[in-house]
Design a protein around this ligand. Structure first.
Ligand code: IMP
Ligand code: MG
Length: 185
């Protein structure tokens, strides 16, 4: 396996996540919020973020997987979905202030799928917080309300992000060179 290169250090992450938490606190005007983390990549980000938000907050998790991982790499998105749900939220989101927490916004397929799904719960408000954004890879026009870092088109691991389930526990976000971009969430 090739050498890992630090792209965003643990200190840079900590500073940025603290700022995002302050922004979310300010924007939420003292209303309670529910954070919905996308498993598994967002678990680390969510745990740091929620502990710094000064609001009446709860959190839950949702799980997704992509069908596109093995044989069919480049597929046309359709409304039946390339992305499928593997774990739904445990509670109703109706009339709640929902903040979806995702590790990385890449092609936008996952976020588009989740947005449609969660808006179906008829929340009071719906926002999206992503740690990383790779706008150059976007296939569907979808954006987050809060973005930690905009990064170039490189495959990154660490701070929750994996390659074949490895590296999630790295404290820094690192570039893993020579990796084909996967479709697995
Ligand atoms: P999207 O549906 O293409 O926007 O993909 C979002 C998902 O792809 C993320 O939740 C990640 O699981 C995965 N992903 C995209 N880029 C990377 C990366 O650079 N490293 C690790 N996972 C990635
Ligand atoms: Mg993921």
């Amino acid at each position: 396996m090739s050498e890992l290169r630090v792209l965003i250090s643990r200190q840079q992450i900590a500073d940025r996540v603290a700022k995002m938490a302050r922004q979310i606190t300010t924007d939420s005007t003292s209303e309670s919020v529910i954070f919905v983390g996308v498993l598994k990549g967002a678990a680390v980000f969510l745990s740091d973020l929620v502990r710094q938000v000064q609001l009446d907050a709860t959190f839950d998790f949702i799980g997704v997987a992509s069908y596109g991982n093995q044989a069919r790499q480049e597929k046309v998105w359709d409304s039946t979905g390339e992305v499928r749900l593997t774990k739904d939220v445990d509670q109703s989101l109706r009339d709640k202030n929902v903040i979806l927490v995702e590790d990385i916004l890449d092609t936008g397929l996952t976020l588009t799928f989740l947005k449609r799904l969660l808006l179906g719960h008829q929340p009071k408000s719906f926002r999206v917080a992503v740690l990383l954004d790779k706008p150059s890879r976007r296939k569907l026009a979808v954006e987050a309300d809060y973005v930690g870092f905009t990064i170039p088109d490189e495959f990154v691991v660490g701070y929750g992000l994996d390659y074949a389930e490895r590296y999630r526990n790295l404290p820094d976000i690192c570039v893993l060179p020579d990796v084909p971009l996967p479709n697995e969430s």
